[in-house]
Structures are given as structure tokens and as C-alpha cells.
Design a protein around this ligand. Sequence first.
Ligand SMILES: Cc1cc2nc3c(=O)[nH]c(=O)nc-3n(C[C@H](O)[C@H](O)[C@H](O)COP(=O)(O)OP(=O)(O)OC[C@H]3O[C@@H](n4cnc5c(N)ncnc54)[C@H](O)[C@@H]3O)c2cc1C
Length: 401
Amino acid sequence: MNAYQTAARALAEKFAARAGHWDKSRNYCWQNVRELCDAGLMGMTIPTAYGGRGASLHDVVLVVEEIAKACTLSARIVVEANMGALSAVMAFGTGSQKRLCAHYVLAGDKPAICITEQEAGSAATDMTTTALRKRDHYVINGAKHWITGGGVSKLHLVFARVIDRSGCDLGIGAFLLLRDPERGIEPEGFRVTGQEHTMGLCGMPEARLRFDDVKVDHSMALIAPSGLRHGFGDLMMAYNAQRIGAAAAALGVSAGALNRAKAYLTERHQFGRPLAEFQGLQWMLADMDTKLHAARLLIHEAAQSTHERDERFPDPTMAARAKLFASEAAIEIVNNSMQMLGARGYSDQEPLERMYRDVRMFTIGGGTAQILRTQIAGSILDIKTPQRRHAHYEPYQIAAE
Ligand SMILES: Cc1cc2nc3c(=O)[nH]c(=O)nc-3n(C[C@H](O)[C@H](O)[C@H](O)COP(=O)(O)OP(=O)(O)OC[C@H]3O[C@@H](n4cnc5c(N)ncnc54)[C@H](O)[C@@H]3O)c2cc1C
């Protein structure tokens, strides 16, 4: 076990006792965030030149698995404070953008990545939020929904269609927007207009955001080196790490559930024998354990892989495989763990019912299981898989479509 994992395991013991509290109160787990900061697990992937630890993606997945065994909410925070928007900024950002993000994340901020819109979910490039390019700034207009952390996050990476002054659509770029009310930083026109009421992962805001003529300085634009026309694909390439993080969170929840089931099978007796002696349950346990190990291997393979076009990023197909398998396996493993506890598993005195609600999200958020299958199939067959009728074949098709 490496030092990061040891630190994460120690924190997970404390987090386990509080996980039910965050779930029931639906409060953001600030206490856990402070402890994650103190342990150096927020922004651990930030290069040392910017004050981070320069940890690898593999280090992060080890940490995420440990934390998720106890508290899915905290594990998601670790994912987004090391991957997602942060990966994109650290890959393509300017020095000042990297310094700004490092400063906030190391102090406990979980950046929000703002892509999804009402009419642009899986078809992310159908987004209609615009960034009108003016001489020295952009003007953002539009709305996003299901934005994780909206309302608590200070850093936002907002994806928008860049329009020039003649109305020409130049492609999709991303814009760093800082909202820090405690320091009086509240961009005019940027509002949190609502929150989704979710079945699980309670305590993590899923916000609706609105942008009405929000001015963003040119220096806050994050444009991938391939330019705006193909830049969305590059920005999403950085996002692939987040998929591996989400897979690691699903894996951790599965491992936590399996541990609970295993303990219960030896504690609980029926027909005068421990449940662990019944072959029907032993075989369930064997299947669960096998899937858990397979998921872990896929995740570790993906975390240690490199993209053929840019070795700073993981291989997108391996990331998709890891997330697809780990998220579906997690739903099954948590469900079967609950079954093994009988009525007790259905009680809110047990963490399993919370895990069951939490883990359901992972086949939806950050690329659905269907979209990931389409991506994997395209890679196997070495074909583009455009989903639009009468699709226009672009030289590079982004994964999310
Ligand atoms: C908890 C949570 C957190 C999230 N956090 C963020 C966030 O921080 N930032 C952000 O930008 N977004 C976020 N999202 C949004 C998420 O990325 C989208 O929900 C996801 O991309 C799917 O979009 P949709 O919900 O609009 O579903 P839709 O795209 O409408 O899809 C509905 C169903 O149809 C299927 N489907 C769609 N197209 C196809 C196809 N071509 N072939 C086969 N099946 C298809 C989908 O797989 C799905 O089952 C979050 C979502 C959740 C649930």
C-alpha cells in the first residue's frame, strides 16, 4: 500500500461514521473536505511547480477506491478535485489559469465542469450556450443543468459555442469562471437558478446555472491547441481521466458493500448454520468478488494507459471500458450485498441502502453506459460512430457523440 492509500484509508475510517449524516442532512461535507485538504488529497495531481504533489492518475484511483468504501460523496469530491475540469486546465491552461486553479483546489475547492444542457445531454455538441467574442472579453449567454457542485464550487469550467462578431460559429471552447461570494467575487449575470433533488449522492449539489451577458476576460478562455473547430475533442480527452475516477468511486462502493455482506454472512445464522455455509450465497459472493477484481484491473489498466495522440492523457477506450464495467458491476454487487442482508439490508440503519442509491448514478453521469458502449464498439471496429441521422463525417469524432 502506498502512502496516499494509507492516508486515504485512515480518513475513510472517520468518513464512514459520518457518511449517513451527510446523506440524511443533504449537506455538503465540508468537514471531510478540510481533512482531505490536510491529508494533501485535494489537488494531488497538480504539478509540484504549482504547489501540488504531481501524483499520477493511478495514485488517485487508489485513493478514490479507499474513500468510496466509506463515503461516495467524499470520493466524488476527490475525483473532481484531481481530474475533470482540473485536468483540462492543467493540460491546456495558461500559467495564470493553472495558478488560479491550484490555489483554489489546494484550499478545498472542487471545480465544476459545466457541459450539459436541457437539450444537449449525450449529444453534448448540441449545446446552445454561446460565448460572443468581443475585443478583450467574451460574453456568455445560456443555461446548464446537472452541474455537480453548482452553488458550492468556486471554479467553473463553462463550455460554450464561440461566436464571432459577424455571428459565425467558431466551435466549442471552455471558459474559467470564478464565483467566490466570500471574497465578493460574483460575476454579474451568473446565477444558480435551482437544484435537482436526487435519489442518491445526497449532499452533492446538482445545480441549474444561468448565464445572462456574463463578461469573461480573454485570459480566462481555455482553448485547446487544435483550436476551436476540433478543440472540444481535446478538452474531452482531458475529461477521460474523470471517467476513470468515476469508475474507481463505483469500485470503492462495491468493495465497501461486499465487505459488509461478507461480515454479515458469518455473523447471521439461519437453519442453525451461518449464512456463509449456504452454497447459494457462496456462489453469489464468488461472482461479486470476481467482478470486483475485474473492475479493479480495468481501472488500473486505464489509469496507467496513455492516449495515442497525447501521452498526458489516458486511453479513451480503456477509460470507457473501465467506467462501463465498473459502474454496471457496482450496481449488481451493491444490490446483491443488500440481498444477502435480507430485511436488514433494506433498513436505513445499514449503509447498504445509501450505497444502493449512490451507485445508481455511475451508469448515467459523465457518459452513459450506452454512449460508452458505442464508443468502445467504434474502437473495436475502427470506425466512426456518428449517431445523427445523415451524419456529416468529421475527421475526428468526439467520444460523447
Ligand atoms: C448525478 C449527476 C451528475 C452530473 N454531473 C454533471 C456535471 O457536473 N457536468 C455536466 O456537464 N453534466 C453532468 N451530468 C449530466 C450527465 O453528463 C448527463 O446526464 C449525461 O450525459 C446524459 O445526458 P441526459 O441525462 O440528457 O440523457 P440523454 O442524452 O437524454 O439520454 C437518455 C437515455 O438515452 C440514451 N441515449 C442517448 N443517446 C443515445 C444513443 N445515441 N444511443 C443509445 N442510447 C442513447 C442514454 O444512454 C440514456 O439512457 C450529471 C448527471 C448526473 C445524473
